[in-house]
Design a protein. Structure first.
Length: 262
């Protein structure tokens, strides 16, 4: 199959998947409302094989220290798969399955599979990474850029995290958990019962971001967009909370965005 954009439809909803541009969801329309910020860097991209920043781009991999390119100096950020072209495995009217094989600079062979499923009132993203050779530490997550404004009032966020990861001057968690603080945020929060964040564009749309995973980064320091990023571990997690992916034990995660018009 070609790597051209794929448009999924269900009722009045349409999602655009861009395999050639990092496997991202490049658009999500509900009726005439485009929910995601447009542009090559935006939409919603998969973060794999790590989420957020790795301190100085280095992580421990068994007895070896690996160095990733510093694409957000002095750190490496958001994985490598968003910079690659994904392959299309299967497409139906409302579902797409795309894959990406991990390559340099990532030191281990592995395969990432992402399933995008659209219904009339929800979008579900499921991702898994499997080792096709040696075992390796990994994280997965998603980085959506939701429009702050859909033509009316600005979006509001409602969520009740159990804690906030204290952020150091280097933008990395210090390891201390603190009581949640008011925004603006570029911060990671713990939600042990699963991610559950509600975005409300008053008078227009309510959208809930949920996931069984317990970590979410909220980034709302830009005027145009608000990011709500469910992920399998905190920033710098390859060093602080490594999850080993083995040939028999892949790492999998799912997030669902469900919406209703107001």
């Amino acid at each position: 199959m070609s790597n051209e954009d794929i448009t999924l439809t269900a009722g009045d909803a349409a999602a655009r998947v861009s395999p050639a541009n990092g496997g991202r969801i490049s658009g999500l329309k509900v009726d005439s409302l485009e929910l995601l910020r447009q542009g090559d860097r935006f939409g919603c991209f998969p973060m794999v094989p790590w989420c957020g920043r790795i301190e100085n781009g280095r992580f421990r991999d068994g007895a070896t220290v690996r160095q990733m390119p510093l694409n957000s100096p002095p750190h490496a950020i958001h994985g490598t798969a968003r910079d690659g072209a994904w392959k299309v495995a299967r497409v139906t009217e409302n579902e797409a399955v795309i894959t990406y094989d991990l390559v340099d600079p990532w030191p281990h062979p592995g395969r990432v599979t992402q399933i995008v499923t659209l219904t009339e009132d929800s979008l579900t993203l499921t991702m898994g990474v499997e080792a096709t050779g040696d075992s390796f530490p990994a994280q997965i997550g998603w980085h959506p850029w939701f429009h702050r404004n859909l033509g009316g009032e600005d979006v509001t966020l409602d969520f009740k995290p159990a804690w906030q990861e204290e952020r150091g001057d280097d933008h990395l968690p210090t390891g201390r958990r603190i009581d949640p603080r008011p925004g603006p945020w570029d911060d990671c929060f713990g939600m042990p019962d699963g991610v559950d964040v509600t975005l409300t564009w008053p008078g227009q749309l309510e959208l809930k971001v949920t996931s069984r995973d317990e970590w979410v980064v909220v980034y709302d320091e830009q005027a145009e967009a608000v990011c709500v990023e469910p992920q399998t571990g905190p920033p710098n997690g390859l060093n602080t909370m490594p999850r080993l992916v083995t040939p028999v034990d892949p790492l999998e995660a799912t997030t669902t965005w469900s919406w209703q018009r107001l």
